[in-house]
Design a protein around this ligand. Sequence first.
Ligand code: COA
Length: 179
Amino acid sequence: MTNARPAPEGLTFRHPVEDDYPRIQHGLTHWWGGLGGEAGAQQRRLLVPRLFLQHFTGTSWIAEDPDDTDGWLVAFLVGFLSQDHPDEAYIHFVGVDPERKRGGVGAALYERFFAGAREAGRTRVKCITGPANRDSIAYHTRMGFTIEKGDTEVDGVPVKSDYDGEGLPRVCFVRELAP
Ligand SMILES: CC(C)(COP(=O)(O)OP(=O)(O)OC[C@H]1O[C@@H](n2cnc3c(N)ncnc32)[C@H](O)[C@@H]1OP(=O)(O)O)[C@@H](O)C(=O)NCCC(=O)NCCS
């Protein structure tokens, strides 16, 4: 399904380097539509510490527009191959500049991640999102993920309660990777 999608024109894709850290932090601050206010922005920034750009760059991706002069990114994906589950890969965070949303950029990043995971022999990709992030739920569903069984529901969506700590339920996604 997703393989048929044309890549967004004019963008370049590469693995990040440590120097991209401030640009990813900028995305985490500004691209979530103010979700959670300043506390939410701070939480997101802390969820993607520098170590991801020191130890997980080979499986992470960024998209840039060479014609943009502002120096910011168009999008990023931070993901890795599971250390503990040899058949799994995990997408930790993804963000697309709101001005570029719904243009196939998120899908282009995911397809690159899926291809790398397949090449590394992984057959399954997992990720999570908060139940309030309806865009993320719609996007992941469209990208072929299914929602894992939860122990309760939030607004009709199955969630695992207290998944990331007390009062922090999460929607858990899984997608099989066809060879
Ligand atoms: C979620 C996000 C990454 C999607 O990226 P995107 O570049 O807009 O997605 P794409 O244009 O590649 O869309 C891929 C598919 O998902 C669908 N889709 C994307 N966002 C959607 C939405 N809000 N509602 C319904 N469908 C959606 C697209 O229509 C497309 O489907 P298609 O196959 O019919 O064309 C982006 O909206 C984003 O950065 N959101 C803020 C950060 C965030 O929530 N990250 C995820 C949690 S960490």
